[in-house]
Design a protein around this ligand. Structure first.
Ligand code: AMP
Ligand code: TRP
Length: 332
């Protein structure tokens, strides 16, 4: 049996990038007879400037959207990270396994720390230790596979290193997990700035398609997407034509095609953008409709999360207890 774990941070509204890069893979994964756990990783949202009420609101919204996207609580465990103490319990042991240098090398840390500094905010210590908490999220469940977008590759690599190191020093405790990425759209780019990732916490929203955007807004954003100058028609080249390549990736992910082959169907950007807009609107329509139904009954969502946390705790407890013993702590 393969065990799958993944998570999403409630730092903003979920985007098309989250959906194509991660959430859609989660929905596919829960169809297999695997054990799958999906988590709204709220503690991770506290690593940067945050507004308490907003984090709370976004946590419930993320859970509701995951259900709307097709996660079935009968087939997977959906829960909120802070409801299961095992994550932070284990994070400390892993902090005693990781090194300072290892964490300072993380690309996301460097980028976000620079951003916080530029904004005149202090860099929270938790921003540095964040990948260790993420490793705890994964290792507490003896996870085999972690379906994530491309940007999380380095964090999962660190998780693997920590698992191997802990096992070597203290005896076999953790499964060494592997990251899995979708074949296309593992890194959806910002429509206005196609050399940067479409990120949900970016301030300027015009290049970001949110899952709950109205069809009109989706169309407008796609039609205004930055394309590349240059002749030669529509070709797929991520290096020299990142804007067009991104649109082709999104279209391919929506329609199940191949981005290179799709390029041959177009002679101009206008027709390509119209098809991308149609495909994205149709992809998101059922998610948006189901979200509206589910959001009308937040008590039901809370119940799913409560039950999910109960199941998650049952799974994580013995693994984390075993790690406490292995590292040299006296049993209570
Ligand atoms: P986050 O929004 O950072 O909490 O990410 C949640 C999941 O969505 C992770 O697996 C990310 O790798 C994935 N993800 C986020 N943004 C993108 C993007 N622009 N393209 C592809 N995957 C993404
Ligand atoms: N760091 C991930 C992100 O920014 C979110 C995350 C936290 C996660 N814990 C995880 C993803 C465990 C997969 C598994 O997207």
């Amino acid at each position: 049996m393969t065990r799958i774990f993944s998570g999403v941070k409630p730092t903003g509204h979920l985007t098309l990038g989250n959906y194509l890069g991660a959430v859609r893979q989660w929905v596919a994964a829960e169809q297999a007879p695997d054990e799958a756990l999906f988590c709204v990783v709220d503690l991770h949202a506290l690593t940067v400037e945050h507004e308490p009420a907003r984090v709370r609101r976004l946590s419930r919204q993320a859970a509701t959207l995951l259900l709307a996207a097709g996660l079935d609580p009968q087939r997977c465990t959906l829960f909120v990270q802070s409801h299961v103490d095992e994550h932070t319990r284990l994070a400390y042991l892993l902090e005693c396994t990781a090194t300072d240098g290892e964490l300072r090398r993380m690309i996301q840390y460097k980028e976000k720390a620079a951003k916080a500094q530029a904004a005149g905010d202090g860099v929270r210590l938790s921003l540095l230790t964040y990948p260790v908490l993420m490793a705890a999220d994964i290792l507490a469940y003896r996870t085999d596979e972690v379906p994530v977008g491309e940007d999380q590759r380095q964090h999962v690599e660190l998780t693997r290193d920590l698992a191997v190191r802990f096992n070597q020093r203290y005896g076999h405790t953790f499964t060494v997990p592997e990251a899995t990425h979708p074949a296309v759209a593992a890194r959806v780019m910002d429509l206005q700035e196609p050399t940067s990732k479409m990120g949900k916490s970016d301030a300027n929203g015009t290049g970001i398609v949110y899952l709950l955007d109205e069809p009109g807004a989706v169309r407008k954003k796609v039609m205004r997407a930055v394309t590349d100058s240059g002749d030669g028609g529509v070709v797929y080249d991520r290096e020299s034509r990142p804007g067009v390549a991104n649109l082709l990736d999104v279209l391919a992910a929506c329609t199940g095609g191949d981005p290179v082959r799709l390029a041959a169907d177009y002679t101009g950007y206008g027709a390509l953008k119209r098809d991308v807009a149609d495909a994205v609107v149709e992809l998101l329509r059922p998610v948006r409709e189901r979200h509206a139904e589910l959001a009308a009954d937040p008590a039901q969502v809370d119940k799913v999360l409560r039950e999910g946390a109960g199941r998650a705790r049952e799974l994580a407890r013995p693994v984390v207890d075993r790690a406490y013993e292995a590292i040299g702590l006296l049993a209570p």
